[in-house]
Design a protein. Structure first.
Length: 340
């Protein structure tokens, strides 16, 4: 039904409008209770064998939702009812910001991909906290944090610290996002010395709290092996709790879509990033002798893609573009395949 009716309808709309149209109806179904009892079995697979224990948390299954879909923690409960094992909100910044000018999201159907240059559009950390407080989520929630566009890089540390402290009591783990290509200069923060200062500041605050929460680093798929080696070294040096591999790519190799789409500025996600992100996971897993927990994300459009990420060394996986192209049943299909 999704591919024959719902997806063609969504494809008649601008991609960003389609996103809000779909989430509006998802929330309506949730409020009416339609995602619970009679429909729940069509979306969910619940089995103790799917549970994963990581970062001091229990994940009911290893298939999560990547950051970027629910930037403002608006749909946590309804998305959890679709069967996700965890949900990562954000990217959240200290102050709300509109993001980049529209259009800023592009659908590359021939490549089963998206290009986005959203620019961390969100309502700010205070609004996210209030929404999380009102949710009834029963799955782990991650907080993906970033800096405001107007914040210069030499002040970026303050943005990460503010958002981290305000979200600390309301999410279960954190992802530090320095790898989005859509905030000017952000990827420059992936250097070892800068990252060390950011994480040491966050860890100092964490050390004073009654409960320790894991802090992960989300990295780009476009890093060289030398840069990846530096990150692996840093993870061991200051005890970063894990990596999320990977964010979107700037690479435009071998795309089938028209140049008017393929050459749009922004980060590319979906099938074209599958191999690139899996290669990063393999490198990290090999370089660290399997000591670094990894959440694998990028190009997962079917159960075999998810298995490939897990076999490469990931402990959990996340969906975004595949969720849009394949529909909510992708979560169930991956979990069923894992049980087999």
């Amino acid at each position: 039904m999704y591919k024959s009716i719902i997806r063609p309808l969504l494809y008649t709309m601008d991609p960003e409008k389609a996103h809000y149209f779909a989430t509006t109806w998802l929330e309506r179904f949730h409020n009416l209770g339609l995602l619970n009892s009679p429909l729940a079995p069509s979306f969910k697979v619940e089995d103790k064998k799917l549970e994963r224990k990581l970062f001091g948390l229990t994940f009911p299954n290893p298939v999560g939702l990547a950051a970027g879909f629910d930037k403002d923690a608006k749909w946590i409960d309804s998305l959890a009812e679709l069967g996700f094992g965890f949900i990562e909100i954000g990217t959240v910044t200290p102050v709300g910001q509109p993001g980049n000018p529209k259009p800023r999201l592009f659908r590359l159907v021939e490549d089963e991909a998206l290009i986005n240059r959203m620019g961390f559009n969100n309502d700010g950390v205070d609004a996210a906290v209030e929404r999380i407080k009102k949710s009834n989520h029963r799955v782990p929630i991650g907080g993906n944090i970033g800096k405001n566009k107007v914040t210069p890089n030499d002040k970026a540390l303050d943005d990460y610290r503010i958002t981290f402290e305000k979200l600390y009591d309301h999410v279960d783990y954190f992802a530090v996002n320095v790898s989005s290509p859509n905030t000017p200069g952000l990827r420059e923060l992936q250097g070892k010395d800068v990252l060390k200062r950011i994480f040491e500041t966050l860890f100092e605050y964490r050390s004073k709290q009654s409960k320790s929460k894991s802090v992960l680093l989300k990295i780009a798929p476009d890093l060289s092996e030398d840069q990846l080696s530096d990150i692996v070294s840093l993870v061991g040096e200051i005890n970063i709790d894990g990596l999320i591999a990977t964010n979107t790519t700037l690479d435009r190799s071998n795309l089938k879509s028209p140049k008017s789409l393929a050459e749009q500025a922004g980060g590319l996600s979906g099938v074209p990033v599958l191999t690139k992100s899996t290669d990063v996971i393999k490198f990290i897993h090999r370089e660290s002798n399997g000591s670094i927990p990894i959440i694998g994300v990028g190009g997962i459009h079917n159960p075999e893609d998810a298995l490939e990420k897990l076999d490469a060394g990931a402990s959990l996986v996340q969906l975004y573009t595949g969720f849009i192209y394949e529909g909510p049943w992708l979560i169930k299909n991956i979990n069923k395949r894992l049980l087999q």
